[in-house]
Design a protein around this ligand. Structure first.
Ligand code: FAD
Length: 414
C-alpha cells in the first residue's frame, strides 16, 4: 500500500490511464486500491481523505464511462472501517489492503437464531486453546456468506461476565473444516443470505479485534457504520462483481459485466434509482400523471434531505449522536416510497419479472426486497428504541439488570 495518496487527483486523467475493460477485475481493483480510490473517503494511505462531494464526482465519472465500481459488500462497508478503528497495525496491514483491492470477500457473523434484535444475547462460544480460539455455534441471515473468505465474528468468551461484557470480536477464516454454509432462499428468488454452522472451528488468537471480552464496544462501531451506510453514507459506483476468491469474478474481464445485476440483489434506493425511474416514466408516459410527479418530487426531497443529513454528520456537525439511526430509519421510508412509485410507473408490468420485463425486473425485485431494509442492520423498532434511550434519554425498557447479572444467570432465549 503506497503512502503517496493525497487529496489532489485529476479523475478523468486517472481513468483515461487506468480504466480498461479488457483487464481482469483483480487488476482493475488492484489499481483502484493502490490509488486510494476504492473508498476515497478513508484516510490515506487506504483512501485519499476525500469529502463526499469528491467521492461523488468519482462515481459520476466512472458511471459516465461504464467503469466497474469498486469491490462492494461487507468487507468494504463494515470490516475495513471496524479494523481501522480497533485493529492492531498488524491486523490492519494483513486485512485492509486485500479488502480494498477485492482479493478477500467478507461476511458478517453477528445474528443468531435467538439473537437478532437482542444481539448481545448471542450464544456462539469461543474457548481458548493455546494460540487459537475454538468456535462453536450457529449464525443466521449471513449475507454473502457463501462467497466470503473471512467473517467478522462475535462470540461469547466469558459467560460469567454480564451480558455485554463477555463478548469478543474476531476476524474469522471461513475456509476451514467445520464451517457449514447453507443458503436460505428469499422471496426475491435469490439466496443472498445463509445459515452458518461452526463446529470446532479455529481462529488465531492474533485475530482478536479490540480487547478480550470488550467485543461489544467493537460491535457498536460496526453497527453504527452499518446504520449510516444503509442510510446513505456509502458513495460508490455500482459493481456487479463480488469480491474475494470464491465468487470466481476476480479473473473475469472488468468490462464483461455489462448490465448484469449484482448477485447480492438490487435493493438499493437513492438518486441513481430515482433518475432511472424518471426516465422510465418519461418513456411510458406516466410522467404526465400529476400525482405521480408529486410522488417523484417527494422521493427527490427525501433523498436530498437524507444526503444533507449524512453530509452534516460526516462534517462533524452531528447534533444528537443518533444521526446514523435516523438515516437508517429514513432509508426504510425511502425504500417503501420507491416501491410504491415504481409500481405506479410500471402498472401491470409490476407483476412481471426478469431482464425482459419493464425496468429489466429491477423495480419488481426492489418491490419484493422492500421489507428487508427495515429489518437488517437492526429493525425500525430497534432504531426507535436507541433514539429514545440514547438520543433523547428516555427510560430503558424494564428487565433484569444486564450490567451486573452474569450472562450465565440470565434467562435465555431458546
Ligand atoms: C436481508 C437481510 C440481510 C441480513 N444480513 C445479515 C448479515 O449479513 N449478518 C447478520 O449478522 N445479520 C444479518 N441480518 C439479520 C438482521 O440483523 C436481523 O434480522 C435483525 O437484527 C432482526 O433480528 P431477528 O430477525 O432475530 O428478529 P427479532 O429480534 O426476533 O425481532 C422480531 C420483531 O420483534 C421486534 N422487536 C424485537 N425486540 C424489540 C424491542 N426490544 N422493542 C421493540 N420491538 C422489538 C423487531 O423489531 C421485529 O419486528 C439480515 C437480515 C435481513 C432481513
Amino acid at each position: 500500500m503506497t503512502d503517496t495518496n493525497t487529496g489532489e487527483l485529476d479523475i478523468d486523467s486517472w481513468l483515461d490511464e487506468n480504466w480498461d475493460p479488457e483487464i481482469t477485475v483483480a487488476e482493475w481493483w488492484g489499481r483502484m486500491g493502490k490509488a486510494g480510490l476504492s473508498n476515497p473517503t478513508l484516510p490515506a494511505p487506504y483512501g485519499r481523505g476525500w469529502s463526499r462531494a469528491q467521492a461523488g464526482a468519482l462515481v459520476d465519472a466512472m458511471v459516465a464511462r461504464g467503469a466497474l465500481g469498486p469491490p462492494a459488500g461487507i468487507g468494504m462497508m463494515l470490516a475495513a472501517p471496524t479494523l481501522l478503528a480497533h485493529g492492531s497495525p498488524e491486523l490492519i496491514e494483513e486485512f485492509v489492503p486485500k479488502i480494498l483491492n477485492g482479493q478477500h470477500g467478507w461476511c458478517q457473523l453477528f445474528s443468531e437464531p435467538v439473537a437478532g434484535s437482542d444481539l448481545a444475547g448471542l450464544q456462539t462460544k469461543a474457548i481458548r486453546d493455546g494460540d487459537e480460539w475454538i468456535i462453536n455455534g450457529q449464525k443466521v441471515w449471513t449475507s454473502g456468506g457463501q462467497w466470503a473468505d473471512y467473517g467478522i465474528l462475535i462470540a461469547r468468551t466469558d459467560p460469567d461476565l454480564p451480558k455485554h461484557r463477555g463478548i469478543s470480536y474476531f476476524a474469522f477464516p471461513m475456509m476451514q473444516d467445520g464451517v457449514d454454509i447453507r443458503p436460505l432462499r428469499e422471496m426475491t428468488g435469490r439466496a443472498m443470505f445463509n445459515e452458518v454452522f461452526m463446529d470446532d472451528c479455529r481462529v488465531p488468537a492474533t485475530s482478536l479485534l479490540g480487547d478480550l471480552n470488550d467485543g461489544w464496544r467493537v460491535t457498536n462501531t460496526t453497527l453504527m457504520v452499518e446504520r449510516s451506510s444503509i442510510g446513505g453514507e456509502t458513495i460508490a459506483a455500482p459493481s456487479a462483481a463480488i469480491a474475494g476468491t470464491v465468487s470466481g469474478h476476480l479473473d473475469r474481464k472488468a468490462g464483461s459485466f455489462g448490465d448484469e445485476p449484482h448477485a447480492m440483489g438490487g435493493g438499493m434506493v437513492g438518486a441513481g434509482r430515482l433518475k432511472s425511474m424518471i426516465k422510465l416514466a418519461k418513456e411510458n408516459g406516466t410522467i404526465n400523471n400529476p400525482v405521480l410527479r408529486q410522488d417523484l418530487m417527494r422521493l427527490h426531497t427525501m433523498i436530498s434531505i437524507s444526503d444533507w443529513h449524512i453530509g452534516r454528520m460526516k462534517s462533524g456537525n452531528a447534533a444528537t449522536g443518533s444521526e446514523g439511526n435516523m438515516a437508517k430509519l429514513r432509508n426504510s421510508d425511502m425504500t417503501r416510497l420507491t416501491r410504491e412509485v415504481g409500481c405506479s410507473i410500471l402498472g401491470p408490468g409490476a407483476t412481471l419479472s426478469g431482464p425482459d420485463s419493464p425496468s429489466r425486473g429491477e423495480l419488481q425485485e426492489l418491490t419484493v426486497f422492500s421489507p428487508a431494509p427495515s429489518i437488517y442492520g437492526g429493525t425500525d423498532q430497534v432504531q426507535r428504541n436507541i433514539i429514545g434511550e440514547r438520543g433523547l434519554g428516555l427510560a430503558k425498557e424494564p428487565g433484569p439488570d444486564n450490567r451486573t447479572t452474569p450472562f450465565s444467570d440470565l434467562a435465555k432465549n431458546v
